[in-house]
Write a protein that binds this ligand. Structure first.
Ligand SMILES: *[C@@H]1O[C@H](CO)[C@@H](O)[C@H](O)[C@H]1NC(C)=O
Ligand SMILES: *[C@@H]1O[C@H](CO)[C@@H](O)[C@H](O)[C@H]1NC(C)=O
Ligand SMILES: *[C@@H]1O[C@H](CO)[C@@H](O)[C@H](O)[C@H]1NC(C)=O
Length: 503
C-alpha cells in the first residue's frame, strides 16, 4: 500500500514536472539544455531509426543564442557536489570562461552599442553581493599579483564600455556562479575551512581585464569577503594555459588544417554569402570590409542586451531612416545558423580534435598531476597541502579545445561564464585499502555548466556504472591524460605528438 501510493506520487510529480518544464521551455523562460539536446541527438544517430519524425527538431539558431548570452536572471542549477553518501570531496578544479563582454570588433559605419560598464547595484541585473564586491575590489592592493596583473583594473570602469570590457551582466553572472559553487562545495562539503591556507587556493588568469575581473567576481561569490592577503593571482601568458609547455609545432599545423576546412565551409554557404552582401549594401561598405569586421561579435552583444540591431550611420536621402538601412534579426540568424553547421562539420572532420588534444594537454597534465598529489596525500593522511580549489579564468579559445580533447564536443560552443569542473572524491575507506599505494578508492567527476558529463568523456564512456564502482576511477583520467588521449594523433606522448610530421 505504502509502496503503491509512493509510486502514484512519483507519477504525479513526474507528470507535473514534465508539463512545467515543457511550458517553461516553450515560453523561453528557461533555456533548453544544449548538452542534453546534443546528447540525445547523438544517441538517436547511433540507433538505426528510420522514423524521421522522431528526430529532434532542427536547432533554432535564435533560441541557442539566448543560451549563449547566459542571462544572470536565470537561476543556476547544477549537479556539482553530488555524490553517493560517505564519499569525501578532496579537491575541485574549475575553469571558467569570462562573462558577458563588450564586442571585440565594431561594425563599420554603425554606432557601437551603448552599454554602461560602470558597476552599480541599483542597475539591473544586480546581485546582493554586488555592492560589497565593488568595495572589496578597492582593497585589492593587499593581494599578491603575478607579472602584469597588478596593473589591470579590478573592476570594469567605463561609462561607455571599451572593446572587450566585462559588463555588469558578466560580473553578476560570475558572482552567481561562485555563490552556487560555494553552496555546493563549502556549505555542503566544507572543501575550504574558514581559515584556509594560501596554498590551498590556486587562481590563474590570462592578462586580460575581462578574465581577471571574471575570476575575481567568481571568487567573491565563492568566498565572500575573502582575505586578500591570502590570495595570489597567477598570470598565464598563453590563452591555452600551456605554461612552460607551449612549444608544439604539430598543434599549429592541425589548426591550419582546421581553419582551411572552416574557410571552405564558409564560402560554400551561398545563403551566408548573400547575407553578407545584403548587409554590406545596407551599411554602404564593401562586403569584404564587413566580413573582416566579424559582425556577429557585435550583433551578439546587441542581441544579449536586448538592443536594436545597428543601422547605417551615413544616411543619404535615398535610404532615410527606414528599415532598409538597418541590420536585422534575419541576417543575424543566418550567420548563427552557419556557425552551428560549422560546429557539426567540425566534429565530423576531426581536424579540430587533433588540434584540441595538443592544445589542452598542458592544462590537463597540470590538473592531473595536482589531483594525483592530493589523492596520494589523502591516502597518507597528510593534511590538505595542495591547491584543493583551483580556478582558471579563461576564454572560449581555452575551453573549446578542452571540451573537444575530453570527447565532449557535443557540449557545444562555450557560452559566456561557462564553467568546467573536475571533482576528486574518495570512497569510504576499508581496512585493506589503507596501506594500498594504488588509487583504487579515488574517483573523478566532470561537470560542464552543472551537467554531469563524466560518463560522456572519452576516458569514462566505457565504464560500467553498475559495477562495484559507481563513479569514474581517477586512474582512467590519469592514463587518458598521460597517454591515451594521444591516440587521436597516433602518438603516445605529448613530445612525440608535437614533433611528428603533419602533412
Ligand atoms: C532575463 O533577461 C533577459 C535579458 O535581459 C530577458 O530577455 C529575459 O526575458 C529575462 N528572463 C526572465 C525569466 O526574466
Ligand atoms: C606533465 O606533468 C608531469 C608531472 O606530473 C611533468 O613531469 C611533465 O613534464 C608534464 N608534461 C607536459 C608536457 O607538460
Ligand atoms: C593515424 O593512423 C591511421 C592509420 O594508419 C591513419 O588513417 C590516420 O590518418 C592517422 N592519423 C593521424 C592524425 O595522423
Amino acid at each position: 500500500m505504502l509502496a503503491r501510493s509512493r509510486f502514484i506520487l512519483v507519477l504525479v510529480v513526474g507528470a507535473l514536472l514534465a508539463v512545467l518544464s515543457f511550458s517553461l521551455q516553450y515560453l523561453h523562460l528557461i533555456p533548453t539544455n544544449p548538452v542534453a539536446e546534443q546528447r540525445s541527438a547523438g544517441r538517436s544517430r547511433k540507433r538505426v531509426n528510420p522514423v524521421l519524425h522522431t528526430d529532434p527538431p532542427a536547432p533554432d539558431p535564435i533560441r541557442d543564442t539566448h543560451q549563449y548570452c547566459n542571462y544572470p536572471n536565470l537561476t543556476e542549477h547544477g549537479w556539482e557536489g553530488h555524490c553517493p553518501p560517505d564519499y569525501k570531496l578532496l579537491s575541485v578544479q574549475v575553469m571558467i570562461r569570462h562573462g558577458d563582454r563588450f564586442p571585440l570588433y565594431s561594425i563599420p559605419k554603425t554606432k557601437k552599442p551603448t552599454i554602461d560598464c560602470i558597476l552599480s547595484e541599483k542597475r539591473k541585473p544586480s546581485h546582493p553581493l554586488l555592492a560589497s564586491f565593488i568595495s572589496h575590489m578597492a582593497l585589492g592592493g593587499r593581494g599578491h599579483w603575478d607579472a602584469s596583473l597588478g596593473s589591470l583594473p579590478r573592476l570594469p570602469s567605463h561609462s561607455t564600455c571599451e572593446m572587450g570590457e566585462l559588463t555588469q551582466t558578466g560580473v553578476v553572472r560570475q558572482l552567481k556562479n561562485g555563490d552556487h559553487l560555494r553552496q555546493a562545495y563549502i556549505s555542503r562539503h566544507n572543501l575550504l575551512a574558514a581559515d584556509w591556507l594560501p596554498r590551498q587556493l590556486w587562481a590563474e588568469t590570462t592578462g586580460k581585464s575581462r578574465t581577471l575581473q571574471s575570476g575575481l567576481a567568481f571568487l567573491f561569490g565563492f568566498l565572500p569577503h575573502f582575505d586578500w592577503s591570502r590570495l595570489t593571482v597567477r598570470q598565464q601568458w598563453s590563452t591555452l594555459f600551456c605554461g612552460q609547455s607551449c612549444d608544439c609545432p604539430a598543434r599549429n599545423r592541425y589548426l591550419d588544417q582546421e581553419q582551411r576546412r572552416q574557410y571552405r565551409q564558409r564560402i560554400a554557404d551561398a545563403e551566408l554569402e548573400r547575407t553578407y552582401v545584403t548587409m554590406a549594401k545596407t551599411l554602404g561598405v564593401a562586403t569584404k570590409t564587413l566580413r573582416a569586421a566579424n559582425p556577429v561579435d557585435a550583433l551578439l552583444c546587441h542581441f544579449c542586451h536586448g538592443l536594436p540591431f545597428p543601422c547605417s550611420s551615413t544616411q543619404t536621402s535615398s535610404n532615410a531612416p527606414d528599415e532598409g538601412a538597418c541590420l536585422t534579426l534575419e541576417h543575424f540568424a543566418v550567420i548563427r545558423r552557419q556557425q552551428k553547421d560549422d560546429e557539426l562539420e567540425r566534429r565530423e572532420a576531426g581536424l579540430y580534435r587533433r588540434y584540441a588534444v595538443l592544445a589542452a594537454h598542458p592544462y590537463l597534465n597540470r590538473s592531473a598531476a595536482r589531483l594525483e598529489r592530493i589523492a596520494r596525500g589523502s591516502q597518507m593522511r597528510k593534511s590538505k597541502e595542495d591547491a584543493v580549489f583551483a580556478l582558471a579564468s579563461a576564454h572560449d579559445v581555452t575551453m573549446a579545445p578542452l571540451l573537444s580533447a575530453l570527447g565532449l564536443e557535443g557540449a557545444g560552443f562555450p557560452k559566456f561564464a561557462a564553467r568546467l569542473v573536475f571533482e576528486l572524491w574518495s570512497s569510504p575507506e576499508t581496512k585493506e585499502r589503507r596501506s594500498d599505494r594504488k588509487l583504487d578508492n579515488m574517483f573523478i567527476r566532470v561537470l560542464y555548466n552543472g551537467e554531469d558529463l563524466t560518463f560522456d568523456t572519452a576516458f569514462c564512456r566505457e565504464h560500467n556504472r553498475r559495477s562495484t564502482q559507481p563513479l569514474c576511477p581517477l586512474g582512467n583520467f590519469l592514463s587518458f591524460v598521460r597517454k591515451d588521449m594521444f591516440s587521436v594523433v597516433n602518438a603516445t606522448s605529448y613530445q612525440q605528438a608535437c614533433h611528428q610530421t603533419v602533412l
